[in-house]
Design a protein around this ligand. Sequence first.
Ligand SMILES: [Zn+2]
Length: 467
Amino acid sequence: MPLILIVADGARFDTIDAATRDGALPALARLRAEGALRPVATAFPSVTGIAYAPFLTGRFPGPAGLPGLRWFDRAHSRCSRPPYARSYLGAQMRHLDEDLTPGVPTLFELAPSRFNAMSMLGRGTRGRERIGRDARTLLRVARTHWMGDVNGWNALDRAVARESTRRVIAQRPAFACIAMLGLDKASHAFGHESSCAREALEAIDVSVGELRDALERAGRWSETTLWIVSDHGHSRVSAHDDLVHVVRAAGYSVLSHPWLLARRAMVAVMVGGNAMAHLYVELDRRVRAGWSALRERWEPLASALLERESVDLVILHHGDMRTEVRAHGRGSAMIECANGRFSYHPVDGDPLGVGRELHALDSREAYDVLADGDYPDAIVQIAQLAASARSGDIILSAAPQWDFREKWEPIPHVSTHGSLHREHMMVPLLTNRPLSGHPRRTADVMPSALATLGLPAMAGLDGESFV
Ligand SMILES: [Zn+2]
């Protein structure tokens, strides 16, 4: 059965929940009435492009080789020249598909036919199979992005949706992914509850309504599966703590975007979201050392960061699938992952608010334990990201109301995402048919898509089918 996946980029679960009850979004409310709306957790870091990997590949960002919106390529595996720094904002966006771990296929590659509108991650699509990579759209996107033109994003969403509907009807792709980006931009600029964000949501609703009408007229609605998902939520930010200044003030020379010429930099600061960051130290090491090897020299920096009001969690990978998590004012714990089983050992506190020690839970149990807490799925998400060879030596998740980047954003950020907080992690999964299974994560979308498309199930995925 053909599947259309619509990405309402930046939509929080509670936002969609409320707006499909109060009559504001009639097309989505109708889908909900006929199908289902469920909360699911996205992945860490909860940021666009990176957090598309779970629903397009079934893998979390760490194993997918996409640790963040910005990252430092310590191994020089993907960046062959200095400064070995990736940012998927701007020209390097085109590298996202190749940076994705080669053995991790996308739904575009697996489906018998495909269509991609505006997904940054699009490996397996080319030419008429996609919108968003042609020169005209790229120019329009670049202009809208760098001018900080929020209304332009909503207009772009509507134009992309109309063209996507036309192509879905004409080309009959087995799998289509249509990403709508206006809500994220409006939320950053004016807040997730702003009237501009509401207009962006309405643009999604109208577009979904038009797509449905077109499929009904073509006699194909009853045989089409339509899911709406998001890649991250949003929350208000009242203060920016520019990490580059913080690390510099602590006496270290810094490599960061857009200042990439720093020779002999001691710390690479890679912020994305902007409520998370990877910090890389000892940049000459081609292989990441565990925290045990770095502690003596770098503990002062980690401690100083944890003291900051802006920092909520400091995550330090010790190697051997052991990761330390420290919370500002709430002590530390060790997360262990062995053979797909997760443990949580409080050391001198309970940073994730679990309330007890956990032993060898499978990934479902580890999810369910934290489902109602402040850090949904944090145990699994910290383990998957910290274990990536491409991740930083120090990983930060920001405190509520804070993010880590003061300048160099074309759209002013009054709202942010990227962290492990509930408001960033919980996103909607809206389906046009009732669900019998129990979706937990956006990573569950991909194996469910394989089942819907009649494709063989795949081993080694981070998600589980809810179909
Ligand atoms: Zn965003």
